[in-house]
Ligand binder design. Structure first.
Ligand code: SF4
Length: 156
């Protein structure tokens, strides 16, 4: 059985059709919003085994954000503060964009990501929006992201 059918109970064709519908709706809603730089969303899950995220359905969280919120994209990274995470950030970050990173404490994130932001010409105090979503349930974590997007001038 194709993976798409096993995962959702839909056929691959149905999956593709619903993805296209969702993307179309979201793009339509986002076009006017993202003018002065893009906002990307990264969820750092501390290997995926951290008890701090035990209450949160990480897949519902990321899928709601990437599908329904005014961000360019959303994805999960297992450990941004490890060596490969730092290499990833240096490859990935782009001047002119802002990044909401959901994970550990903001003060910790600023320490851990400072070098990568500096190397890519970004200002950690303006271009990183760090959110602590540990020990939160889904609704709480989504509200934290919504508030951050509102503060960044996004209509959510
Ligand atoms: S950056 Fe923070 S949330 Fe991510 S792995 Fe490191 S300590 Fe955990």
């Amino acid at each position: 059985m194709p993976i798409a059918e096993k995962c959702s109970g839909q056929t691959a064709k149905q999956n593709t059709a619903s993805t296209v519908r969702r993307k179309g709706r979201n793009r339509g809603g986002r076009v006017g919003l993202i003018k002065n730089g893009k906002i990307g969303f990264i969820f750092c899950v501390c290997t995926g085994k951290c008890p701090g995220f035990a209450q949160l359905d990480i897949w519902d969280f990321i899928n709601i954000i990437r599908n329904e919120y005014p961000v360019e994209y959303g994805f999960i990274h297992p450990m941004l503060c490890d060596e490969d995470g730092e290499r990833f950030l240096e490859e990935f970050l782009k001047k002119g964009n802002r990044y909401i990173v959901a994970g550990c404490a903001p003060v910790m994130q600023k320490k851990l990501f400072r070098d990568a932001f500096e190397k890519t010409g970004l200002d950690i105090n303006k271009d990183l929006v760090p959110l602590d979503v540990r020990n939160m349930k889904l609704e709480e974590a989504l509200n934290a992201v919504k508030n951050a997007l509102k503060e960044a001038g996004r209509d959510v």
